[in-house]
Design a protein around this ligand. Sequence first.
Ligand code: 13P
Length: 254
Amino acid sequence: MTEQHTLFAKTPRIIAGNWKMHGTKASVQALCAGIAAGLRRDPAVMVFPSFLHLDKVQEMLGTHCRVGAQDISQFPDQGAFTGEVSGAMLRDMGMAAILVGHSERRHVLGESDQLIRLKLQRGWEAGLGVMLCVGETASERDLGATQERLRHQLRSALGQDKLKGPLAVAYEPVWAIGTGRSATTEQVALSLDWLREELAGLGHDPDLPVLYGGSVNMRNAEELLAIDTMDGLLVGGASLQAESFLEIVAQARR
Ligand code: 13P
């Protein structure tokens, strides 16, 4: 089996929790204990805690699921880059994967297409899997520019790759993140088709896992999981409670 298949398989579906900038030492330990108690070993479940908590989470959940980081430095290996964390350091800590291109990093932190592309390459150079997040804003959707936006984001991140590595793509419409308003199943299915078409055009396996994220919770997960072309969910807020995260995992395993 290739790394692509072992890290980002399509079945069972990937359920990933992006913990963003949340958690205290105590709350993260409690969350890990809750997840560990309710989760049988499932390598298709992934959690992305803050850098600060990676070691503890790896210690508590590393045998239950995979642990990844929310970001990576644009610089390789090590060096005089205050505040940065490299792919080599993440790999050394036992991390499996990283998130790249999340809308909060694009729109709140101002990351450019160029920086996202560089971070993706750094992840692969370090032997990490990359979950590339893409998605349109509300105004882009209103203008009918969703397909164009997704195409641009994929092309700028993946076009003319010298290096290829394990990849999953997460479709996360910006207007659905943290708003309580998830995309409809029709909107998700159409965007996933566009993304696969574009991946194929870029010479990537169009069959690689494509996930949905944006206000996924215990109540709407079942409906979203009914989209048979969708290979998993990237969960924000609802991944911060063991009960709701485990319930979403259970629904994906039914
Ligand atoms: P919410 O599930 O809180 O909307 O966040 C989604 C997200 O950004 C996951 O990366």
